[in-house]
Ligand binder design. Structure first.
Ligand code: ADP
Ligand code: MG
Length: 311
């Protein structure tokens, strides 16, 4: 059973339960409308030693920073602003006080720069490895919340930065080169809160999610939730690396979105004026539900890119 089949099975076991006002499993965050036309969004992500990080290849500061950054990214994916986090740590005895102190410095420095309060958590022992779980809460006007399910046929598929640096960085780290710029991009992804909140306010932006497993996987989530298909033009993928790294390696923590075709130029122009960065149109949404077509020079490319999956 794959990771996503397991999640579907878990979700279906709860499909008949009362959701108590929550919009639940299936998006980057769960959503709860509160007062004054606002909604809370909430998500949780776990980082496990030797799966998500190697204790001898990243400093505790970097691990602390990334633990929060990947969670902030899920709030950004909804077009929301993060406000609070809970932090749970499971630590083996050989993890020294200095390790935890430095980890907390990384975690708290990003909390401060993102305006995120630490409001709780849990601390336990572990036999061998470090496990870190962060729960994050954010807020947005309800009408600004972006969902994976909102893509429409004809929309452009758009990313807000170049792809692949994190994947190239992981290769560097595994090859013992832990201090290249790419390794740095892998270890300390920059949250894009202002960009995400602004994109949330744009009605031309329909679906949005963050790129955690690679566009090759993540675009399929938008297709599935929106019951649409997509065509992606390989020549339009913005990257300084090979196309497979750009599409499949994941952990870029940039934003993947769909924008109405006639709204794209205006959104891209304003985005550039505000943030000095480009939006890249890499393809479009089709009404062929479930069909993902890779295109090269107008022809179907016989490739089958897949993103990262745990199993
Ligand atoms: P992301 O990559 O954005 O963190 P995931 O791919 O991990 O999202 O999860 C997809 C969806 O499934 C999310 O809505 C998430 O909350 C939900 N999910 C993942 N694992 C579980 C689980 N064990 N129980 C309930 N929901 C889960
Ligand atoms: Mg996500």
């Amino acid at each position: 059973m794959t990771e996503f089949e397991l999640i579907s099975k878990i979700a279906s076991q709860f499909s008949q339960c009362d959701m108590n006002g929550w919009e639940g499993i299936g998006d980057d965050c769960a959503v709860l409308p509160i007062s004054d036309g606002k909604s809370l969004v909430i998500s949780t992500d776990m980082l496990v030693e030797d799966i998500h990080f190697l204790r001898n290849a990243a400093t505790p500061y970097e691990i602390g920073y990334k633990s929060l950054a990947v969670n902030v990214s899920d709030v950004c994916a909804m077009g929301a602003r993060p406000t609070a986090a809970l932090l749970s740590l499971s630590l083996p005895e050989d993890v020294m006080q200095e390790w935890v102190a430095e980890f907390m410095e990384g975690f708290s420095s990003l909390c401060k720069s993102c305006g995120v309060a630490l409001v709780g958590g849990d601390t336990t022992a572990s036999k061998e490895r470090v496990t870190i779980n962060v729960t994050i809460i954010g807020e947005a006007p309800s009408q600004n919340i972006k969902r994976r399910s909102a893509a429409k046929a004809g929309d452009l598929v758009v990313v807000n930065d170049k792809l692949g640096a994190s994947g190239a960085g992981l290769r560097d780290i595994l090859g013992g080169r832990c201090n290249t710029p790419e390794a740095q991009a892998h270890k300390m992804p920059r949250p894009m809160i202002n960009e995400a909140v602004w994109l949330g306010s744009c009605s031309q932006v329909h679906a949005m999610m963050d790129i955690s497993d690679g566009v090759a996987s993540d675009v399929r989530h938008i297709m599935e939730r929106s019951r649409v298909g997509a065509e992606i033009e390989l020549a339009h993928i913005p990257t300084d690396y090979d196309i497979e790294t750009a599409l499949c390696a994941g952990e870029d923590y940039k934003l993947l979105m769909t924008i109405s075709e006639d709204g794209f130029d205006r959104v891209a122009e304003e985005y550039f004026a505000l943030f000095g960065e480009r939006l890249y149109a890499i393809g479009h949404i089709t009404d062929s539900c479930g069909e993902l077509r890779w295109v090269e020079n107008g022809k179907t490319a016989e490739v089958d890119f897949r993103g990262f999956v745990h199993y």
